[in-house]
Design a protein around this ligand. Structure first.
Ligand code: MRU
Length: 351
């Protein structure tokens, strides 16, 4: 299993994704501020991994605290939550995880005889449980999603929704992994994913690690490959799915979805339930992270563009629900209309 992140007695250990694929280097975060920094700088990235990293950051902050009593710890905990929530705005898993830890803090703190120690132990256990649940959810998505993929053929993915974006196995890549484990002969086409190159660097690295045949293509090549009949399905992850089924995912996903529809190729989204945000009615309401212009103007420290030129760098886009063939979750495969199926996950499992 690829060790994306791990709770240790010294702190939270992260595989540094900014250094892959050339170097496998680990970073140890020993404070919640360092965990926040690791999330903001994308040492760890991918919606589910960001959520669990934040939960571990909170557990670490509480473990390190010298607060004398529970009210003093609660005040510090508020600051920790605010710091971690300010790292990346689009992946709703971040806010879901913080909310879950806040809820637990309040529950444990409200029990008779609650102490700093009892709150600390509960939060550490919860963060580790979220880690285990994430892996289980990915495996379940794989089981539900694998039959949707072709027995033979090309599957295109965008960005990295793999083991590196989760606690292990992956969402979109988990579905691919499960299909391969079941004997599907799949060739993965990985969009390089400008500007941060998650596809070229991370998806290619982790699929090669598992000996799954993979070809990297520049983002602007997908249309041509689809037209040549090389792609039989698309499967991607998500950072936030609104109540109407609109999907925010890595910038470029929308274009892939439109192309898939034009070529009659199914477009699947694989995401855990923690990525579904029923409080956000549609994609227009999803906050889109804007990242530094330098990610576009420079590559490997080398300037690519003339000084002073205007730069766009939204990290995500929104794919309208009408382009999404199905949403694969750990509770089942959801089909349109999503405004209804997102409310009926148990029934959807039987679809
Ligand atoms: O900016 P990133 O690398 O965090 O973006 C990641 C993605 O867009 C993934 O597709 C998404 O988080 C799903 S990960 C299972």
């Amino acid at each position: 299993m690829i060790p994306t992140l791990e709770w240790t007695s010294e702190g939270v250990r992260f595989l540094d994704q900014t250094r892959l694929p050339l170097e496998e280097v680990y970073v140890l975060a020993t404070s919640y501020q360092q965990v926040a920094d690791v999330i903001a700088t994308m040492v760890v990235r991918g919606a589910p991994a960001i959520g669990v990293a934040a939960a571990m950051g909170l557990a670490l902050g509480v473990r390190n605290s010298s607060a004398a009593n529970v009210p003093a710890l609660a005040a510090e905990f508020e600051t920790m939550c605010r710091t971690l929530a300010a790292t990346r705005p689009t992946a709703v898993n971040l806010f879901w995880a913080i909310e879950r830890m806040k809820q637990l803090f309040a529950d444990v703190a409200g029990r008779p005889g609650a102490t700093v120690g009892s709150v600390r132990d509960a939060l550490i256990a919860e963060a580790q449980q979220m880690y285990d649940e994430d892996i289980a959810a990915c495996r379940q998505m794989g089981a539900y999603g694998a039959p949707l993929l072709p027995q033979y053929g090309g599957v295109l993915t965008h960005c990295n929704a793999g083991a590196l974006a989760t606690c292990g196995y992956g969402t979109a890549l988990g579905v691919i992994r499960a299909a391969v484990e079941q004997g599907h002969e799949i060739h993965v086409f990985a969009d390089e994913t400008r500007p941060f190159l998650q596809g070229a660097r991370l998806t290619a690295w982790e699929l090669m690690h598992d000996h799954i045949p993979t070809t990297v293509l520049c983002d602007n090549m997908a249309a041509s490959l689809m037209r040549q009949g090389k792609i039989q399905a698309v499967v991607v992850g998500a950072d936030r799915i609104a109540a109407n089924g609109d999907v925010a995912n890595k910038i470029g996903t929308y274009g892939v979805a439109v192309l898939a529809k034009e070529h009659g190729i199914p477009f699947y989204v694989a995401a855990p339930w923690s990525t579904i945000d029923l409080r956000t009615p549609n994609g227009e309401m999803i906050p889109i992270e804007q990242r530094s212009a330098r990610e576009v103007t420079h590559h490997a420290g080398k300037q690519l563009t003339p000084n002073g030129v205007g730069i766009e760098n939204p990290a995500f886009d929104v794919t309208p629900a009408k382009y999404v063939t199905a949403i694969i979750t750990e509770r089942g495969v959801l089909r349109p209309p999503y405004a209804e199926s997102l409310l009926q996950p148990a029934r959807a499992a039987a679809v």
